[in-house]
Write a protein that binds this ligand. Structure first.
Ligand code: ADP
Ligand code: MG
Length: 327
């Protein structure tokens, strides 16, 4: 099973940012109100994610690392099948097979915390008592220490950290109700308190996307036919230094979709006669029954039941909002 994990890990644990994504998602899944992320050397040396979520009961600790780590994969030919299964239930198992991982956790019901440690393909998970408040800390050290080929594909520390930052930006944009801190080499890079009021939300957007963006953005908020669209679209006066500032969330999940991109761009062009790619942070809320966001677990694809309705709603909403502020 460890070999299987290592193969599966290659599929999805591409770089430190992929580890960060899985760990932060787990923390948020556990109901965390705050998530602290510490990174050293772009994540290659250390990734530590600490949360105040539900924790994992001591008896379940080894299970968390091995769950779904079936011996499904017997040959390399089965790799294809693993790819289609995605990463569900295999994140920790896969990450632990290509790093030195420790999991420290405590539930409300426990007096004390416990820690489990695994290293690469080493099968025996050692469990020991530890000190930790209710919640979980996952530490991933020396990523790819036992897979030199994979390690070779890593870019510079700065590039890898940029990917981590981008991953945290997306998570923080999608969960205003949670607080986040991000440290790199002991330096605080991002510190975000839970954002409840509209002003708090703007502050978070400003921290993540820049004050320039907020200063030049039109606020969007509209509802029709069971759809709601809210967020910010920047006017052409916003001069961007970053490459792409385009975030679209459907029911809290970041997606990339041609239909959505087309609707946004079309409205922008029609009203402002501007051909640039607009910068935006937008949230679409729809009845979950009318959308399939699970087309592929890592590709952020989406399939709407009524694409035409969604497209027209986005187009009309933005058209109206932009026309209102047109000079
Ligand atoms: P998945 O998230 O798809 O279930 P993972 O390998 O990411 O698979 O995690 C395995 C299990 O470990 C989770 O289902 C959860 O029960 C537990 N777990 C992992 N991280 C945390 C965490 N931060 N807090 C509480 N439970 C966690
Ligand atoms: Mg997970």
């Amino acid at each position: 099973p460890r070999l299987a994990n290592q193969i599966a890990a290659g599929e999805v644990v591409e770089r430190p940012a992929s580890v960060v994504k899985e760990l932060v998602e787990n923390a948020l899944d556990a109901g965390a109100g705050r998530v602290d992320i510490e990174i050293e050397q772009g994540g290659v040396k250390l990734i530590r994610v600490r949360d105040d979520g539900s924790g994992i009961a001591e008896a379940d600790l080894p299970l968390a690392l091995s769950r779904h780590a079936t011996s499904k994969i017997l040959t390399l030919d089965d790799l294809e099948a693993v790819g289609t299964l995605g990463f569900r239930g295999e994140a920790l198992a896969s990450i632990s097979s290509v790093s030195r991982l420790s999991l420290t956790s405590r539930t409300e019901a426990q007096e004390a915390a416990s820690r489990v440690e695994v290293e690469g393909r080493d099968m025996d998970a050692k469990i020991s008592p530890a000190a930790h408040p209710v919640g979980t800390t996952v530490e991933v050290r020396d990523l790819f220490f036992n897979t030199p080929a994979r390690r070779k594909f890593l870019r510079t520390e700065k590039t890898e950290f940029n990917h981590v930052e981008e991953c945290i930006r997306r998570q923080a944009l999608s969960r205003f109700d949670a607080g986040f801190t991000l440290r790199h080499n002991q330096r605080v890079v991002q510190s975000l308190r839970p954002a409840e009021s509209p002003l708090d939300k703007e502050r978070r957007i400003s921290s993540l996307c820049g004050q320039q963006f907020i200063d030049n953005a039109v606020v969007i908020d509209a509802e029709a036919s069971g759809l709601r669209l809210w967020g910010w679209v920047a006017l052409p006066t916003f001069s961007r230094s970053q490459a792409d500032l385009q975030y679209f969330f459907v029911n809290g999940r970041v997606i990339r979709d041609k239909l959505v991109a087309h609707a946004v761009r079309q409205a922008y062009r029609d009203v402002l006669y501007n051909n640039r790619h607009p910068a935006f942070v937008l949230y679409l809320e729809v009845d979950p029954a009318t959308v399939d966001v699970n087309v592929h677990p890592t590709k952020h694809e989406v399939r709407f039941r009524d694409g035409r309705l969604v497209h027209d709603f986005i187009f009309r909403t933005l058209h109206r909002a932009l026309a209102d502020v047109r000079p």
